[in-house]
Design a protein around this ligand. Structure first.
Ligand SMILES: NC(=O)c1ccc[n+]([C@@H]2O[C@H](COP(=O)([O-])OP(=O)(O)OC[C@H]3O[C@@H](n4cnc5c(N)ncnc54)[C@H](O)[C@@H]3O)[C@@H](O)[C@H]2O)c1
Ligand SMILES: O=CCCC(=O)O
Length: 499
C-alpha cells in the first residue's frame, strides 16, 4: 500500500549530503544510511553516516566562522534571517512535500509546520537588533555599571523527527540572531528537510561555517558525544526524550556547557462541568490527535468531570469517527502513519495494557496492516485508571484515554502526579477557577479553553523532568547569550574647571 510522491517544484532542494562550512559533503568514511517513507516503507534516499571526525570538522568550521559572525550587527543578522524566512515561504510547498515524505504527516499539517517553522525566523529576525543590556545604578560612589549581551559561541543543536523543520528553526533562529554559529545534528529519520533548510540558508547568504548540518543514524551516540564533550562547543540546545536529555546532560558536565532542554511530556487535559462542551471536544481533538499524537504537548491524559463524562465521551468519539487515516499525500487524509514500528509497538502496548486493566475501547484499538506497517487506528478508551501505563508515560501516538474525576482538588492532584511537566490544558468558564487551576498545575505551559498553545511569540518549555530553558518569545534569544557586566571606576569626578 502507499501513495505516490509528488515531484518537487525545485528538485535541487532534495540533497543527499551533509552541509559543512558552506559545502555539501559526504562522510569521510564514505558510509551512508537509508531513510524510509513511514507510509510506504520505501527508501527515500541516503544520507552520510558521519562520525567523530566529521563532527569535529563541523565544529571547527563553526569555530572558524564565529569571530567574524559575532561582529556582524544585529541588523545584518536580522536581514539574513528575514531572507531565509522569505525563502521558506517561497518554497513552502516543496518543504511540506519533504516533511510528509519523511515524517508521514498529512500535507495540510506539513504546510502548517512550514509556516510555524518559518515564523521562528521572522520572529527572531525582529529580536536580533534588540539584544539590549542594562545600565545599573552602582552601590559604590564613582563606579558606573552596565551590561552587554554577547553570543554564547559555537552551539550544538539536536532535534527530533516529529517537527523536521520547526524544531530546527526554533533553535537556529535565536542562535543566529544572538550571533552564535551552530552545528546541527539532524534527526536520523528526517534529515532531508534539514538539508533543504541548509540549501535555503546558502541562498539567503548565511556565511559559510555559520550553519553546519551533520547527519547520522547508527553513529548518533558517537556524534552526540563528540558535540557534548567538545571544549569548543559552549552550549547545547536539545529537544527530545527525557532519557536522552539526561544522558546529554551527563556528557556535557565535564565542560560545564550552557544547556536548554525541551524534553518529554505527559500532558493532562481537564474538562470541568462548567466548560463549553463543544469547544472542549474540539480542543481535545486538536491537542490529542495533532500529528497523530506525536507532539510533546499532545494531551496524554484526558480528565473529564463525572457529570459530563458520558456526554463528552460520546461527542469526542463521534469526531474521531470522521478521521481518515492514510498516506499523507492522499486527498482527504487527516491522519498519517506513525514514524516507525517501535512507535506502533509502544502505542499498542499502552492500548493492550489499558484493556487488560479494565479500559473499554470506544473506537480503534487496532493496527492497520492493510495501510502499512506503521499505521494505527485513532483510538478512544474510557474507564481509564491511574495504574495504567498510559497514565504514567507519554504514549506519543493516537490514543485518547478518558479518566473520570469528581473534584477540582482531585484532578489537580492527579494531573500533577507525573515526573514531567511540559503542557497542561483545561476547559472552564469560571474565571476564578481559571486562575486557581492555572496556578496549581505543575507545568511550563497552560492552555485554557484551547488545545493549541504553540506560537513563536510565546515562551515554550517545561518544568520538572520536561527540562529547562524557553524557546520562542523574547526569552528564546536569552538562551544563546551571556550577560557581561562592565564596571567603570574613577567616575563621578567634578567637571573640569569646576572649583
Ligand atoms: N519539549 C519539547 O519541546 C519536545 C518537542 C518535540 C519532541 N519532544 C520529545 O521527544 C521525544 C520524541 O522524539 P524521539 O523519540 O526522537 O526522541 P529522542 O530523544 O530519541 O531523539 C531526539 C533527538 O536526539 C537524538 N539522539 C538520540 N540519542 C542520542 C545520543 N545518544 N546522543 C545524541 N543525540 C541523540 C536523536 O537522533 C534525535 O535527533 C518525545 O519524548 C517528545 O516528547 C519534546
Ligand atoms: O513536539 C513538540 C513541539 C510541538 C510544538 O512546538 O507545538
Amino acid at each position: 500500500m502507499g501513495h505516490s510522491v509528488p515531484p518537487l517544484n525545485d528538485k535541487s532542494l532534495l540533497k543527499s549530503q551533509a552541509y559543512v562550512n558552506g559545502e555539501w559533503i559526504n562522510a569521510k568514511s564514505g558510509k551512508t544510511f537509508e531513510v524510509t517513507d513511514p507510509a510506504t516503507g520505501k527508501v527515500i534516499g541516503t544520507m552520510p553516516e558521519m562520525d567523530r571526525t566529521d563532527t569535529e570538522a563541523a565544529i571547527a568550521a563553526a569555530a572558524a566562522a564565529l569571530p567574524s559572525f559575532r561582529k556582524t550587527t544585529g541588523r545584518e543578522r536580522s536581514r539574513m534571517l528575514r531572507k531565509w524566512y522569505q525563502l521558506m515561504v517561497d518554497n513552502a510547498d516543496d518543504l511540506a512535500k519533504l516533511i510528509t515524505w519523511e515524517n508521514g504527516k498529512p500535507m495540510a499539517d506539513a504546510k502548517g509546520e512550514v509556516t510555524y517553522a518559518a515564523n521562528f525566523f521572522e520572529w527572531f529576525s525582529e529580536e536580533a537588533p534588540r539584544t539590549y543590556g542594562n545600565t545599573i545604578p552602582a552601590s559604590i560612589a564613582g563606579n558606573r555599571v552596565f551590561t552587554i549581551k554577547e553570543p554564547v559561541g559555537v552551539t550544538g543543536l539536536i532535534t527530533p523527527w516529529n517537527f523536521p523543520a520547526a524544531m530546527i528553526t526554533r533553535k537556529i533562529g535565536p542562535a543566529l540572531a544572538a550571533g552564535c554559529t551552530v552545528v546541527v545534528k539532524s534527526p536520523g529519520e528526517t534529515p532531508f528537510t534539514a538539508a533543504a533548510l541548509a540549501e535555503l540558508a546558502h541562498r539567503a547568504g548565511v556565511p559559510k561555517g555559520v550553519v553546519n548540518i551533520v547527519t547520522a543514524l547508527s553513529n548518533i551516540p558517537e556524534v552526540g558525544e563528540t558535540i557534548t564533550s567538545s571544549t569548543t562547543v559552549k552550549k547545547i540546545s536539545f529537544t527530545g526524550s527525557t532519557g536522552v536529555g539526561k544522558l546529554l546532560m551527563k556528557q556535557s558536565a565535564n565542560t560545564l556547557k550552557k544547556l536548554s532542554f525541551e524534553l518529554g511530556g505527559n500532558s493532562p487535559f481537564i474538562v470541568f462541568d462548567d466548560a463549553d462542551l463543544e469547544a472542549a471536544v474540539t480542543g481535545a481533538i486538536t491537542s490529542k490527535f495533532r500529528s497523530s499524537g506525536q507532539t510533546c504537548v499532545c494531551a496524554n491524559r484526558l480528565y473529564i468531570q463525572s457529570s459530563i463524562y458520558d456526554e463528552f465521551a460520546n461527542k469526542f468519539t463521534e469526531k474521531v469517527k470522521s478521521f481518515k487515516v492514510g498516506g499523507g499525500y492522499d486527498e482527504g487524509v487527516t491522519h498519517g502513519p506513525l514514524i516507525h514500528d517501535r512507535a506502533v509497538a509502544k502505542v499498542d502496548n499502552h492500548v493492550q495494557d489499558a484493556i487488560k486493566q479494565g479500559g473499554t475501547v470506544l473506537i480503534g484499538g487496532q493496527k492497520l496492516p492493510d495501510l502499512g506497517a506503521n499505521f494505527y487506528q485513532p483510538t478512544v478508551i474510557r474507564d481509564m485508571t491511574a495504574d495504567m501505563q498510559l497514565a504514567q508515560e507519554e504514549t506519543f501516538g493516537p490514543v485518547a484515554g478518558l479518566f473520570k474525576f469528581n473534584t477540582e482538588a482531585d484532578v489537580v492532584k492527579l494531573a500533577n502526579q507525573s515526573e514531567v511537566g511540559l503542557a497542561g490544558y483545561f476547559f472552564s468558564r469560571d474565571v476564578q477557577r481559571v486562575y486557581r487551576v492555572a496556578e496549581a498545575l505543575e507545568v511550563g505551559m497552560v492552555g485554557v479553553n484551547t488545545g493549541l498553545i504553540s506560537d513563536p511569540a510565546a515562551p515554550f518549555g517545561g518544568v520538572k523532568e520536561s527540562g529547562f530553558g524557553r524557546e520562542g518569545s523574547a526569552l528564546g534569544i536569552e538562551e544563546y547569550m551571556t550577560t557581561k557586566m562592565v564596571t567603570l571606576g574613577g567616575m563621578g569626578q567634578p567637571l573640569q574647571g569646576e572649583a
